[in-house]
Design a protein around this ligand. Structure first.
Ligand code: GLA
Length: 351
């Protein structure tokens, strides 16, 4: 299935495609249930530069060992070695690309891997553009989301790929994952965003991500679409696990609206409060935090200049995001920390 993305490479031409990673300010584990999210594309990005055409995709990477060498068309992306090549193969497979649609080049990236900054989505979107794929951001994102699932078996939502494709400089994106409507929300000048690593690496393939999604779907079978479900109906779900999962999705969507409104009003303490409440819900109702992430968020919340903090992305390790005043320096907190700025989405340059 090639969605509505058209692949029109120009054999022999050299291209450079760049796609940003993202940090999610609020709204986690809502996208795959058709809920709201508020991610921001960041100034850490993945670039694929190469020559289009030929019958193979051959790529090196400055972040990982091994050369990805795929003959077109590709078989099952999940068997490709080295493992980062599975994301490349996923895009090639979902794009239905055969001989003539190849690419020879190199991947370079500043997006840290396994940190909750969507390095895989950035790679997929950059590869798609470098292969000559063209489409609206939501179409690009749909193809890449399916590529991610084909590569890893993880039934992920659309947030990461859509944010990478549709990013707007200086803005976070309020995304309705049901309609795929994207509304840019300016990040106030007197706010800074930090991503702080807990020191715990993780991959979603080995996590309980798929279990959480199944639990949410079981809850939605009982009370209807979770983002709009009636709170009393959610309260009457008998199974306590399904009840908590549903309560998280419903309340997280409310918090996304609150935080988007707070950023628009430049009310950073209200935005920070929504982030702290989100972390508590991900910890207690959704159970995707870890002791390290909880300790990190507590430390951040107690740091002067921090308005709020929460785990970001899927959880089970990875990073926390903090909203701070511009002069705050968090570079010595956690295992590693990055100050990130809201960046534009993916783009292609023909060299
Ligand atoms: C991962 C997935 C996203 C989303 C988040 C949790 O990043 O790829 O689709 O579900 O987890 O919000």
């Amino acid at each position: 299935m090639s969605w509505f993305v058209v692949f029109a490479p120009r054999p022999g031409s050299r291209v450079r495609a760049t796609a940003p990673g993202r940090v999610n300010l609020i709204g986690d584990h809502t996208d795959y249930m058709g809920g709201l999210v508020l991610p921001m594309a960041v100034d850490l990005a993945t670039t694929v530069e190469g020559v289009q055409g030929g019958d193979r995709v051959e790529l090196t990477s400055d972040l990982a060992d091994g050369v990805v060498s795929l003959e077109l068309p590709v078989g099952d992306p999940r068997t490709v070695e080295p493992p980062w090549g599975r994301y490349v193969a996923g895009v090639v497979a979902e794009g239905d690309l055969g001989p003539g649609f190849g690419l020879t080049g190199a991947v370079t990236s500043t997006v840290p891997v396994g940190s909750g900054l969507s390095s895989s989505a950035a790679l997929e979107v950059a590869v798609l553009l470098a292969l000559g794929g063209r489409g609206e951001p939501d179409e690009v994102a749909e193809l890449c989301r399916h590529a991610e699932s084909a590569a890893t078996g993880v039934p992920c939502g659309i947030m990461d790929q859509l944010c990478s494709a549709a990013g707007v400089e200086g803005h976070a994106l309020l995304i309705d994952c049901d309609t795929l409507e994207v509304v840019p929300v300016p990040v106030p000048d007197d706010a800074a965003v930090w991503v702080v690593h807990s020191g715990q690496e993780r991959t979603l393939a080995g996590s309980e991500y798929a279990t959480r999604r199944r639990q949410c779907e079981a809850a939605a079978d009982l009370v209807g679409a979770l983002p709009d479900a009636d709170l009393a109906d959610i309260g009457s779900i008998e199974d306590p696990v399904l009840r908590s999962r549903a309560r998280h999705v419903r309340s997280e969507c409310d918090r996304v609206r609150e935080m988007a409104a707070a950023l628009a009003d430049d009310d950073l303490s209200a935005a920070g409060a929504a982030m702290l409440a989100s972390h508590a819900s991900l910890r207690d109702d959704f159970e995707v935090s870890t002791p390290l992430l909880d300790a990190l968020v507590e430390e951040l919340a107690a740091t002067s200049g921090v308005h709020g903090a929460r785990l970001t992305g899927a959880g089970f390790g990875g990073c926390a995001v903090a909203l701070t005043s511009p002069g705050t320096d968090l570079s010595t907190v956690g295992a590693r920390a990055w100050r990130v700025r809201p960046a534009e989405g993916a783009r292609l340059t023909v060299l």
